[in-house]
Design a protein around this ligand. Sequence first.
Ligand code: SF4
Ligand code: SF4
Ligand code: SF4
Length: 283
Amino acid sequence: MNESKFAHITKVHPCFNEKMHDKVGRVHLPIAPRCNIQCNFCTRELNKCEQRPGVSSRVMTVEEAVTHVAKVIKEMPISVVGVAGPGDALANPETLEFFRIIDKKFPDLIKCMSTNGLLLADLAEEVAAVNISTITVTVNAIDPEIGKKIYSRAVYDGKVYEGEEAFKIISEKQLEGIEKVSKLGVVVKVNSVLIPGLNDEHIPDIAQEVKKRGASLMNVIPLIPLYKMKDYQRPGCEELSTVRDNVEEILPVFRACTQCRADAYGVPGKEDKHLDMTPASHY
Ligand code: SF4
Ligand code: SF4
Ligand code: SF4
């Protein structure tokens, strides 16, 4: 872990420090609609009401996103600019193009992204070159027997991989990517989606592996049962808490996450907004 960088980041990043979660804000720019893998629990939607990742009111162009940043940093205490979908940040070249501009225009804002990690190893140098300081990589398995039930497809280098082959390439690239960007000084948090009966006992193994690769923090988030996993149970608080306690013996755990939208902005849980919200006065 890059100790001094981690200490600096945790002072100002709502997603890396529970104490700051309701004090400083982030702005998400929904400029990344495409995804290069298929997770069996994911549907991406454009709507104005659902509160979850993968959802945005609309997709922005890079220019619109830069204008949005300039506007919101005047209105609220924003310390972090993030790209979190609604697809995969790195599967969309707009993401790095956007961060290149932000790095020049607003060098003091922390640049952050979340990714499935498939392209992280290949783009590690470019990510570091635009001064992205924090990355969240979602890793839901390292064991192929479990992983093949979570992911059904990956498209890498123009080739389509299905089932176990898809998991193999996703996992290999995720772990290689975490290792590479960590060595380049990026602070890495790993998100794991807790899927009861599938990876609940496996998440501490993920923690062991990603710790070896350089991750600093973990965030265990409950499955939102959708798509092919719509019949799975959403984990209860107690189950979530047990898995988090087990992970905490290996890596620090972030517990304040409520899984926000790809177009959220403001101070999480306090002054929290998203694009095209219907003003409260309309109700
Ligand atoms: Fe959905 Fe993200 Fe999985 Fe892509 S990586 S399928 S956007 S959850
Ligand atoms: Fe937080 Fe993830 Fe957004 Fe970064 S990309 S600001 S870690 S929610
Ligand atoms: Fe990040 Fe989760 Fe907080 Fe949203 S709720 S800002 S995703 S830590």
